[in-house]
Write a protein that binds this ligand. Sequence first.
Ligand code: M6R
Length: 624
Amino acid sequence: MCGIIGYVGHRQSKEVLINALRRLEYRGYDSAGIAVLQDKTVELHRVEGRIEGLVEKIKNKSIVGTTGIGHTRWATHGAAVEMNAHPHRVGSVILVHNGIIENYASLRDDLIGRGRKMGSDTDSEIVAHLIDLEIEAGATLEKAVRTVLPKLRGTYAFVILSEKSPKEIVGVRNGCPLLIGVGEGESFFASDVQAVLSYTNKVVYLEDNQVAIIDVGGVKVTDAAGKAMEVAVKTIKWSADEIDKAGYDHYMLKEIYEQPQAIANTIEGNIDHKNEIIRLIGLVEHERLFHKINRVLIVACGTSLHAGLIGKYYIEQFAHIPADVDYASEFRYRNPVLTPDTLCIFISQSGETADTLAALRAVKKNGIPSLVICNVRESSLARAGDMVLYTNAGPEIGVASTKAFTTQVAMLYMFAVQVGHLRKSMVHERFKELTKRLIHLPILVEKTLSLDNEIQKIARKYHGFSCFFYVGRGIYYPVALEGALKLKEISYLHAEGYPAGELKHGPIALVAPDVVTLVLNPKSVADPSNPSRPAELSQMYYEKVMSNLEEVKARKGEIVSIGTQGDETLRKSSHHFLELPPAAWGLNSILLSIPLQLFAYHVAQMRGTDVDKPRNLAKSVTVE
Ligand code: M6R
């Protein structure tokens, strides 16, 4: 969380910093600030709240200078007030920080004991004091940073300026993302590539404990001991246009509508068209491992965890391997029993989620094979895994994840089907049939999006209600969890996902005329080639959910059901019925999530919340 930026070059840094902060605001929006070097002194401006508040504050100020740093905050230590906003200035040192300094309390006590006065409640300011002490004792900025780093425990990315070394900016990371944008006669530090894409698509991803210095002359990267290092400059394929709203009111709506393309892009690169089969290149070279594994453990957070729960059904169904799913924040503090025959899969849109990253590192330490499914290339998670499969969703800016989720699910489907084929859990004809269905998926998603007008009407009726249940059985249960999470996140309404059969064990006590239950009950297209999933099983699931629906209706609860086109029974039993195009079991789970995303979006919009930047949240959670 928190977005940080640094700039040195030939442009007016105020504009560059504000532009970059707008791109980084999804990482946190509790407060914002910039510091610009004017001659040898720094002009510092901070506000509580959004970047636009900062823009308003400085609009009539003359801020001239081509070197500066900026920050947008998701509060950890200290309330979201101006005093705690970054940049922090201590003596000649001006610093922005993303992360948490865990031993800040003892460092702070020590500094106060040495007569230092604190200007904020943050852990970050402590670091500015420590660096300032070193500079006062005669160190250069680079040397001072290097001396202070070993005293810190925790995670961080820092970008630091000093009025005493006005030509350079120093950046360093440990566990939080930081990259360098390499332009013509200009350089940047940024938390995320989106911040610099309007200026350059050439970047260097810093590694933990490297110290980098940028100035107009270019970039110098050194190891922890200060030795200069060769670094790889990567060219980024995302363009600045992809991170605009393209005429939509919100990024979230744009990203919902991008799903047919995002899914097609994710599938496309992984299909062997000549043989009409899925071919995940990253897996082929590890074929032996996939024959050997006897368990899969999926670890993730939030929406990515829900994708993992759907993946569990795919892996068990198509690959016949036992699969479990765990919250990264729980997994890492347990003592899980893992053997080298377990494959751990880590799923993340951003690739920077602190809990997921820490869980991956713990697994690697124990020599357990790891596979990362990730949307952001070169992210920390993608670089740390033994194998990586990239979803091709493109940049996702809305805090509520939509296209990242459906592309993760599509990727898990491909993974499970291909591993199933490798392990001879399915005949070749079935492998081809499942591939063919998947290729058709973007068209089904496109058709599902046409429910939007109807969903708006339903949202209008229910946006004033305050309690929502989402229920489904089997593979549709995690979809229910995801639907409820979407509504909670952006509309601030209470919503719970449940396995439909579980309602009667307690939650049904809440059902009343002012409670809405969204019932997920599609019928699956018959699958004669799949003996392990007979049609009767799907029919049994369907009937059981119908009974659960009746139990809710009998208590006068409102029912919105989502099922398959032409299902008159479901229509008649519901107050509102949304019809999906007919699809197979494995793909219905993706289609179902589209109306749930749209429902959450419209309810939130009608309630007037900030859809793209919901309160208390940030896009990527880089603190534990
Ligand atoms: O970047 P990641 O996929 O690792 O993020 C995990 C969660 O923080 C994320 O999915 C979060 O739950 C979203 N806000 C959901 O919309």
